[in-house]
Write a protein that binds this ligand. Structure first.
Ligand SMILES: Cc1cc2nc3c(=O)[nH]c(=O)nc-3n(C[C@H](O)[C@H](O)[C@H](O)COP(=O)(O)OP(=O)(O)OC[C@H]3O[C@@H](n4cnc5c(N)ncnc54)[C@H](O)[C@@H]3O)c2cc1C
Length: 459
C-alpha cells in the first residue's frame, strides 16, 4: 500500500487544502499570536463535518500531528504545528438561532462576533468572550468567561450539546442524553476529546445593556480594587464587571492631554432592567474621581467588541494566569506595584469576577475544576514588535511572581495559560483531572489531540 499524499486528501474533501507549495500558505498557517511561526505539512480549511472526519482519518494514516484551529486565538499557538496537519474550522461559521426555544446552533469555527451578530437581532445572547474575534469553540471548551458570567454562568453552563469528530474519525453527539461522559469532559476539558463541528447553546434575553469602561487615576487603584472586592459580593448578578490596567488610547472620550497615560479601569455591563442601571452603577462614580468614561446604553455586541481595536491580529502574546480565592490587601499592593509598569497600550491585567451563577454550578457537574474561586486573573502581555519580546515577557513573569503567592490557588484558567505553563496542567484542571483522564482514555486513548492543555489518557 502506498502512503496517501496531501493531494489524496484534497480529493476527499469539499473545503480547501493549502500546502507549502501554494501561494496562500503563509496566510493559511498564520495564527493570531505572531510569536508562533510554524510550518505545517498542510492546512485543511474544512467545509463540513465530513471534511473533519476525512482529515482525522488521513492524519492517522500518515501518522501526522493534528492541530485544531477555531478562532486561532490560542496564546500558546495550539492552532498550528510544525510538519503536521492543521484542521482549520474557520470555514464552518454558521450560526442558526431558534428564537422560540432560545437556542443557537453554532459551527465549530464561528467567532463570538458571528454569534452575537446572529443572536442580537432576536434580543438574545449567552456568555461569550469580550473580544469578538475569539473562537466560540476554543473559548467554550475551556470554560468561557465574559460579561454575562455572573448572570448566566460560564459559556459551558449554557452548552446544551455538541457534535464531535473523535480520534477514530467518527462523528458522535454529546449531551445530557448521549455520551454523557464526553459531554461532561467537553465542558472545561479543552480540545482534548475531538473536533467540535457544532455546538448548541441556551440563549437569554440580553439586548441593550448599560455599561462600558470607567477610567481612574492609578493613585486611586487601591481604593478601586478594594471597592471591586466588596461590591462583587453584593452587586446584583446582572452586573458583569472586571478590573483592568489601561494606557489610554486616542479615543473621543479620553481627554487629549491624557492619551498615553496609564489608568486603572473598571469595565461594567449591566444586563438587568435599564431603569435600575443608574443605581447599580452609581457606586463606581463614588469610589474615586472618574477621569474618563464611556458608559451608557449600547447594544450588547457593541460592548463585546469594544476592545477589538486594542488587540489586532498579529501582536506578540505572552500571558500568565491564576484563579484567586480572595483579593487580599497584599495582593492589591502587588498588583499596583506591577500594574504601574504596564509597558504598552495593548498589554493589561484583567481580573474577572466568576461568582454568581457560575459559582452555583457544582464543582463536579462539569469538568471546569475551580467553581469555588472568586476571580480569574490574567496578565496579558500583548505588544507589536518582536524586538520587545524579552522586556515584555519579563513584565508578565515578574507581575505573575508577585501576585501568585497571594492567589490561594495553584491553578489558573486553561484558556489564559502560556505555552511554558505545561507543568501546571493538572492544577489548572483541578479536582477533575483524574476523571478527565478517564474520559480521555475512552475517546482519545492514543492522545491524537495533544496540542492543547493536554490531559494524559488514564491507563
Ligand atoms: C484577545 C483575546 C481575548 C480573549 N478573551 C477571552 C474572554 O473574554 N474570555 C475567555 O474565557 N477567554 C478569552 N480568551 C482566551 C480564549 O478563550 C482562548 O485563547 C481560546 O483557546 C481561544 O479559542 P480559539 O478558538 O479562538 O483559539 P484556537 O487557537 O483556534 O484554538 C485553541 C484550542 O482550542 C481548541 N479548539 C478550538 N476550536 C475547536 C474545535 N472546533 N473543536 C475542538 N477543539 C477546538 C483546540 O484545542 C485548539 O488548539 C481570549 C484570548 C485572546 C487572545
Amino acid at each position: 500500500m502506498t502512503t496517501p499524499t496531501t493531494a489524496d486528501l484534497a480529493g476527499r474533501i469539499r473545503g480547501g487544502l493549502t500546502t507549502p507549495e501554494d501561494p496562500g500558505y503563509d496566510q493559511a498557517r498564520a495564527v493570531y499570536n505572531a510569536m508562533h511561526d510554524r510550518r505545517p505539512a498542510a492546512v485543511v480549511r474544512c467545509a463540513d463535518a465530513a471534511d473533519v472526519m476525512e482529515s482525522i482519518r488521513f492524519s492517522r494514516e500518515r501518522g501526522l500531528d493534528v492541530a485544531v484551529r477555531g478562532g486561532g486565538h490560542s496564546v500558546p499557538g495550539f492552532g498550528t504545528c510544525d510538519g503536521g496537519l492543521v484542521i482549520d474550522m474557520s470555514g464552518i461559521r454558521n450560526v442558526h438561532v431558534d428564537p422560540a426555544k432560545r437556542t443557537a446552533r453554532v459551527g465549530g469555527g464561528a467567532t463570538w462576533g458571528d454569534f452575537d451578530h446572529a443572536a442580537h437581532p432576536f434580543g438574545l445572547a449567552t456568555t461569550g468572550g469580550i473580544i469578538s474575534t475569539t473562537g466560540v469553540a476554543g473559548l467554550t471548551l475551556g470554560g468561557g468567561i465574559g460579561y454575562l458570567t455572573r448572570s448566566c454562568g460560564l459559556s459551558i453552563d449554557n452548552l446544551l450539546g455538541a457534535d464531535v469528530v473523535t480520534a477514530d474519525g467518527k462523528l458522535v453527539k454529546a449531551s445530557d442524553f448521549q455520551n454523557e461522559d464526553l459531554f461532561w469532559g467537553l465542558r472545561g476539558g479543552g480540545g482534548n476529546f475531538g473536533v467540535v463541528t457544532s455546538m448548541e447553546f441556551q440563549l437569554h434575553p440580553v439586548d441593550t445593556i448599560v455599561g462600558g469602561p470607567l477610567f481612574y487615576e492609578v493613585d486611586d487603584a487601591a481604593a478601586v480594587m478594594s471597592f471591586y472586592r466588596e461590591y462583587v459580593e453584593k452587586a446584583p448578578e446582572e452586573l458583569g464587571m472586571f478590573f483592568a490596567w489601561q494606557i489610554a488610547p486616542p479615543l473621543p472620550f479620553i481627554p487629549e492631554d491624557r492619551v498615553g497615560d496609564l489608568f486603572c479601569v473598571m469595565v461594567t455591563c449591566w444586563a438587568g432592567d435599564p431603569q435600575e442601571a443608574d443605581a447599580v452603577l452609581k457606586p463606581f462614580y463614588d469610589v474615586a474621581p472618574v477621569k474618563a468614561h464611556h458608559v451608557g446604553p449600547m447594544p450588547y455586541p457593541a460592548l463585546n467588541s469594544a476592545f477589538d481595536g486594542l488587540v489586532p491580529h498579529g501582536l506578540q502574546h505572552y500571558w500568565k494566569a491564576d484563579f484567586v480565592d480572595e483579593l487580599t490587601d497584599e495582593a492589591i499592593a502587588a498588583h499596583i506595584d506591577h500594574g504601574k509598569r504596564t509597558p504598552v497600550v495593548n498589554s493589561t491585567m484583567h481580573l474577572y469576577s466568576i461568582n454568581g451563577a457560575a459559582a452555583r454550578v457544582g464543582p463536579d457537574e462539569t469538568a471546569f475544576g475551580h467553581r469555588d474561586k472568586k476571580f480569574a486573573a490574567v496578565i496579558a502581555g500583548m505588544w507589536p514588535d518582536a524586538a520587545d519580546n524579552v522586556a515584555n515577557t519579563a513584565w508578565v513573569k515578574e507581575y505573575y511572581s508577585a501576585i501568585h503567592p497571594h492567589s490561594g490557588s495553584e491553578g489558573g484558567y486553561i484558556n489564559f495559560m502560556a505555552g511554558d505553563d505545561d507543568g501546571r496542567v493538572e492544577a489548572n484542571y483541578g479536582r477533575n483531572y483524574s476523571r478527565l483522564a478517564r474520559v480521555k482514555a475512552a475517546y482519545d486513548p492514543d492522545n491524537v489531540f495533544h496540542l492543547n492543555q493536554n490531559i494524559q489518557p488514564a491507563r
